[in-house]
Design a protein around this ligand. Structure first.
Ligand code: ADP
Length: 645
């Protein structure tokens, strides 16, 4: 049994209560009473009346105003106004406030009950309508939310794909699902911008051959490319245009990358006449935006992947070893050649520290050296007799690269050449000593005339020159072969002092002004005293030899960050710029050497070998006609390597 409807009477006149109460109870309603606005409010809190009857004036307040407030809170509550008279104005006002109607005296019980029942029936109808409407709107909202959620997920899915054909296929099937279309297609603009090529979809399977692409000019899809705006057509307006295939409704949206249109995404209803809505066009446009990004991602990925593969193939197949390191010297890449050379097998190397992964003393010392100074080349001698030349190159933004070239055969050739030079020089020395000895004896065994004495002098100076050449050659081959194993702590300033002392006679003879700067406490060097002496003699000797009479020579020694620096400066003839790179080569003499200047062209080659054997660097800066500065940098002997790491 259904509960009787509750009628709430907001009446302050006790005279009318019995009439209402009696008539309504008799008609089967429940009745409640409120005499003022407050008790009406309270009653509404505690119960749910089916209808309210309110006096035109309730306890001095306007019944209409109270009703207006009530309807703000309960918009579907039916309210009837008990008017004081039949003035049509009050009826009009009640309607404006949204009340159901007015009860106008004189009232009979039957008229009252009939009016209330009619109002209740209307309320039921209104309620039904509201419920239906809410259901409909909720369903439509749910559908939209659902579509947006799917769109979001599709967007995430397709933008994470990197394989182009997969991206395109997914975009089309997502477009079809999202718009509930029969078919879909994705067309991409050709490079020359004249054609739209069908890259994914099903619709073109049914088309005659030759329809794999559409001309931009004159086609519907092309129109979208040109205008950059979506195009939606249904059965009525499709009749007016040539679609080239039979569809009942279609939507085309542009695939836009920044300001450029790169293609068109389309959906079609070919079986059903269902037209596409604006909502479909909007969804499709959003999907097209995702698709354009995904297509670009896939395109860039394809390019970078092709580049990566090319790079990997090149490095995998070249004979030289290649190691790429990050800024903290962790391995980014190592090619096969390196794995073979250091017998690394199949172990995982990426991300490991170089010196952990490749444990070889020469690799350690290469690393120490590149940290000390900008020296870039270093030999690595492998256990199987192979010699690799390692080149270290810093790579800004990444770290560094080490390339390793097999120079075993060059080392062997060099050794053979050195052996040859050594043997020949050695074999030449004995006969030369004999020639010099006999030339000296000539004068003792009998008187020589002036001409004979002159000839003997020529023989002697020739033999001295050849002997010094042979000595230089022998020195060079010894230094290059690394025979100076004995190392000791050497104070370079002492060597410089001795060297200058020996040259004092020539300096005075040529009136050369000498400037010397030898600070105390220059750190010692670890090396061969004899060779370092030879290095200093050669450099200062050259400065004195090439500087003309009355010139100036400066010798400066200094120390800086674990390095000892020697500079020999002169204001002699200088060296032509183009020849400067060659003066450290064996037998090279610059074109501006004044004729008659003694020399073999081996001095600086010896100096360079000595410097390199001591892990140092040498270079020249010179201006023709103004002078030359030779600078040597050598690591100090203090065990300071750690301070560079
Ligand atoms: P050399 O026996 O000819 O002096 P070096 O090997 O010592 O041979 O030097 C090679 C060449 O470098 C010299 O022949 C000369 O052309 C140039 N050179 C070396 N030192 C100087 C200098 N201080 N001033 C000008 N030229 C120099």
């Amino acid at each position: 049994m259904t509960k009787p409807d509750l009628i709430l009477l907001a009446l302050d006149d006790p005279a009318v209560w019995p009439l209402f109460d009696h008539a309504l109870q008799h008609a089967g309603f429940n009745v409640a009473l409120a005499q003022d606005a407050r008790s009406l409010d309270k009653a509404l809190m505690g119960s749910t009346p089916s209808l309210v009857v309110i006096n035109e004036t309730l306890d001095g307040e306007s019944g209409l105003a109270i009703s207006g407030n009530l309807l703000n809170r309960f918009p579907t509550l039916p309210i009837l106004l008990l008017a004081s008279n039949g003035n049509p104005r009050i009826y009009e006002q009640a309607m404006n406030y949204g009340l159901y109607g007015c009860l106008v005296p004189p009232l009979t019980s039957d008229a009252l009950v009939a009016k209330i029942q009619k109002s209740l029936a209307r309320a039921v109808r209104t309620g039904d309508w509201v419920r239906r409407e809410v259901k409909r709107t909720t369903a439509s909202l749910e559908e939209r939310v659902d579509a947006l959620e799917r769109l979001l997920k599709l967007g995430r899915d397709i933008t994470s794909l990197l394989e182009l054909s997969q991206v395109l296929q997914n975009v089309v099937s997502d477009a079809v699902t999202l718009t509930r279309a029969d078919e879909g297609c994705l067309l991409l603009l050709s490079e020359d911008g004249r054609e739209l090529q069908n890259r994914a979809g099903r619709i073109f399977e049914r088309l005659p051959s030759g329809w794999e692409s559409l001309p931009v000019e004159g086609s519907l899809a092309g129109q979208v490319v040109t205008s950059g705006a979506p195009l939606a057509l249904n059965e009525s307006n499709l009749k007016q245009v040539d679609t080239a295939f039979f569809v009942k409704a279609l939507v085309y949206v542009p695939l836009r990358l920044q300001t450029n249109v790169i293609g068109v995404l389309g959906v079609f209803n070919s079986q059903r006449s269902q037209a596409f809505t604006d909502q479909h066009t909007r969804l499709l446009s959003i999907l097209a935006d995702y698709a354009a990004i995904a297509i670009e991602n896939a395109r860039l990925y394809t390019i970078s992947e092709a580049e990566r593969q090319k790079f990997a193939a090149v490095f995998a197949n070249i004979d030289s070893g290649v190691i790429l390191l990050d800024r903290r010297s962790r391995i980014l890449f190592v090619n096969q050649s390196v794995c073979q050379a250091f017998k690394l097998g199949d172990q995982e190397l990426d991300g490991r520290f170089l010196l952990d992964a490749i444990q070889h003393p020469d690799m350690n010392s290469l690393y120490e050296r590149v940290k000390q100074n900008p020296l870039k080349y270093h030999e690595i001698n492998l256990d199987d007799g192979q010699t690799l030349n390692a080149q270290y190159t810093p790579i800004p933004g990444i770290g560094s690269a080490i390339t390793l070239q097999d120079i075993t055969h060059l080392k062997e050739l060099d050794r053979l050449k050195n052996d040859f030079v050594h043997t020949v020089s050695h074999d030449l020395r004995s006969p030369l000593t004999a020639v010099l000895g006999y030339a000296e004896l000539l004068e003792r065994v009998g008187p020589l005339n002036d001409q004979q004495r002159d000839f003997v002098k020529h023989i002697q100076s020739g033999v001295i020159n050849i002997t010094s050449l042979v000595n230089d050659l022998l020195d060079l081959s010894r230094i290059e072969a690394g025979f100076d194993a004995r190392k000791e702590d050497v104070q370079l300033e002492e060597i410089v002092k001795q060297s200058l002392e020996n040259l004092r006679g020539i300096l005075t003879g040529k009136h050369i002004r000498l400037e010397v700067s030898l600070p105390e406490r220059v750190p010692a060097l670890r090396g061969s005293r004899i060779r370092l002496r030879q290095m200093v003699d050669n450099l200062i000797g050259n400065a004195v030899k090439y500087t003309p009479e009355g010139g100036q020579v400066s010798v400066r020694l200094s120390a800086e960050e674990g390095l000892v620096i020697l500079q020999v400066v002169d204001n002699g003839p200088g060296i032509p710029k183009s020849e400067q790179p060659h003066i450290f080569d064996k037998f090279y003499r610059a074109s501006n050497v004044p004729s008659g200047t003694p020399g073999t062209g081996l001095g600086l080659a010896i100096v360079k070998s000595i410097v390199e054997n001591h892990q140092g660097r040498i270079w020249v800066s010179s201006t023709l006609g103004e002078g030359s500065t030779f600078t040597v940098m050598l690591p100090a002997s203090a065990p300071s390597l750690e301070s560079y790491i």
